[in-house]
Design a protein around this ligand. Structure first.
Ligand SMILES: [Zn+2]
Length: 229
């Protein structure tokens, strides 16, 4: 089955897509997916996406993209982002150590989105801490230029091949971007999915790229959110 394992809904400050729309598009394309909003799981609690996906027979893996902070002070700098899959509850932005502990406690999986994409909050410590991760993106369709994905591919090929599951994801913030990055995984249920990740049996398939219009819409969504709150 093909999966898009990194995408955003209107519960992210920089996206406006409704959970219903995402489920509809995934159903039409027969994709499995993980909705990974920024620093919250509101689409699962308030947005009821789990129920929507179940009703439509779409394979959904609960997820969240979490900001990593440099330290525990109130004005701590962001040092990147990581993604948790199979989360049972929300993880707040925190230090990597704290996020990692919570991931283990929840029996969740840890992935690194856009590991070398420095304009977009890449997790700077990934090259030294990569063994703590179950998966990494070797393709993110929102990279501003392909050299940033190439760095991930090079790292994977030379250092991490066979030891971490490679993923290709859309990081979609608009409906048109869904499926821009897909990963083929031989899994029809959660147990098979976990097993495939642990065995590193994933095939990343780059499909398309976000264009300037998509990035522009992200900026507009942010403005809209600021007005609303
Ligand atoms: Zn993202």
């Amino acid at each position: 089955m093909l999966f898009d394992l990194h995408l955003h809904s209107r519960y992210s400050v920089d996206a406006l897509t409704k959970p219903e729309t995402i489920v509809k598009i995934m159903k039409k394309n027969k994709f499995g997916f993980s909705l990974t909003d920024h620093n919250n799981v509101d689409a699962y609690t308030k947005g009821k996406i789990t129920q929507l996906a179940k009703k439509e027979g779409v394979f959904l893996i609960p997820g969240e993209e979490i900001k990593v902070l440099e330290n525990t002070s109130s004005d701590a700098k962001c040092v990147g982002e990581v993604i948790g899959y199979f989360l049972q509850k929300e993880i707040k932005p925190s230090t990597f150590e704290s996020i990692f502990d919570q991931i283990k406690e929840q029996d969740a999986l840890l992935s690194c989105p856009h590991p070398f994409d420095w304009p977009r909050k890449n997790f700077k410590e990934f090259p030294s801490l990569w063994k703590k991760f179950d998966a990494m993106e070797v393709y993110n369709a929102r990279a501003y230029y392909q050299g940033l994905n190439k760095k991930s591919v090079d790292f994977f090929e030379t250092v991490a091949k066979g030891k971490i599951a490679p993923l290709a994801n859309s990081d979609a913030h608009t409906p048109e971007e869904l499926g821009n990055g897909l990963t083929e995984i031989d899994a029809e249920n959660e147990t098979e999915f976990r097993k495939a990740i642990k065995k590193r049996q994933t095939i990343p398939i780059p499909m398309g790229k976000a264009n300037l219009w998509h990035h522009f819409q992200t900026q507009m969504a942010r403005k809209h959110w600021m007005k609303e709150r």
